[in-house]
Write a protein that binds this ligand. Structure first.
Ligand code: ATP
Ligand code: MG
Length: 289
């Protein structure tokens, strides 16, 4: 299928228009000062991670590797534990057992601030942005730059523009427009650019395309590939197997809190993934029984 790695956003009189940018324009580029880790190098590893809510064992001894420069899809049926797993990585839930490793070292991620300090940013579907604020304000929310006691708008605007440009979201004329006026895909682009701006190493996305149309979905998937091409690790939750097979390098499948399959996406076909998601195993016989 056609793969466009970058997108440009042109601001018309009252709307943004997404245009493709050739892959060569963006893949492998880095922001100034950014030193991407080599693709496939160790970044996040979970070993035997468990989480219980009263009688519910939401995670049962989960092992997961999320290497740099790769898109890892996290699949599973409703209630499988996907959101609990990413909230455990993001410092929202404390695990009851097991160990999380970051670049090979054991870590305790107790708060979202701990996660951010390591370089983990989570892009949520709906909670990503403050509607009434503009693009720059959203990107610097809670981390505003000041100079001589005043907000340093020039510096923040420059960095916001650079972050969008680095993702090949290049020609936004008004980074001062409220994000309420952006489409779903453009909001995702701003949220992803914010993650890039804060020197993240791992970007976690929970159903980023769930509410998007076809063109917007393609734009967000292109941004995801762009991130991985620049050395970021991406952990992507998606119910949409088409998206998973288009964008992921690796897949990890949860079933009732257990990690039932992990590996290179090329080693799976859609039916196998559905079987793991539904039954926790592959149980097909040639004669149909
Ligand atoms: N805060 C909580 N308190 C109690 N139980 C919870 C809590 N959060 C999740 N659970 C339970 O943990 C299990 C896993 O839930 P989780 O939200 O991770 O599923 P999911 O894979 O994200 O599903 P979906 O695809 O529907 O989003 C479910 O049985 C759920 O009811
Ligand atoms: Mg969920």
């Amino acid at each position: 299928m056609r793969r466009v790695v970058g997108v440009g956003v042109h601001v018309g009189r009252d709307r943004l228009v997404v245009v493709p940018v050739p892959a060569t324009a963006s893949r492998g580029e880095s922001l100034p000062g950014e030193s991407p880790p080599s693709p496939g190098s160790r970044l996040l590893e979970l070993r035997g991670v468990s989480k219980r809510f009263g009688p519910v064992l939401a995670l049962r001894g989960v092992d997961l590797d999320v290497p740099a420069g790769k898109v890892t899809a996290l699949a599973g049926d409703n209630g499988a534990g996907k959101s609990v797993l990413i909230k455990t990585i993001a410092g929202i839930h404390a695990p009851d057992g097991g160990q999380i490793y970051w670049q090979g070292r054991p870590v305790h991620i107790r708060t979202p601030r701990d996660a951010a300090a390591l370089g983990i940013q989570t892009v949520y579907q709906d909670l990503a942005l403050a509607d009434n604020l503009d693009i720059v304000q959203n990107m610097f929310l809670g981390r505003e730059r000041a100079r001589a006691g005043l907000l340093d708008d020039d510096s923040m605007e420059m960095s916001a523009t650079e972050a969008l440009a680095g993702l090949s979201v290049t020609t936004v004329r008004s980074i001062r427009q409220p994000v309420a006026s952006l489409s779903g895909g453009q909001r995702q682009a701003v949220a992803i650019a914010r993650a890039v701006l804060w020197n993240s190493r791992l970007v976690i996305m929970d159903e980023p395309t769930a509410a998007l149309g076809v063109a917007q979905t393609e734009m967000v998937l292109d941004l995801v590939r762009n991130l991985a091409g620049r050395g970021y690790a991406v952990l992507l939750i998606s119910h949409n197997l088409h998206d998973v097979f288009v964008v992921a390098d690796r897949i990890a499948i949860l079933h009732l809190g257990r990690m039932v399959a992990t590996g290179e996406i090329g080693d799976f076909d859609p039916q196998t993934v559905v079987d793991y998601m539904t039954f926790g195993r592959v149980d097909r016989h040639p004669d149909g029984h």
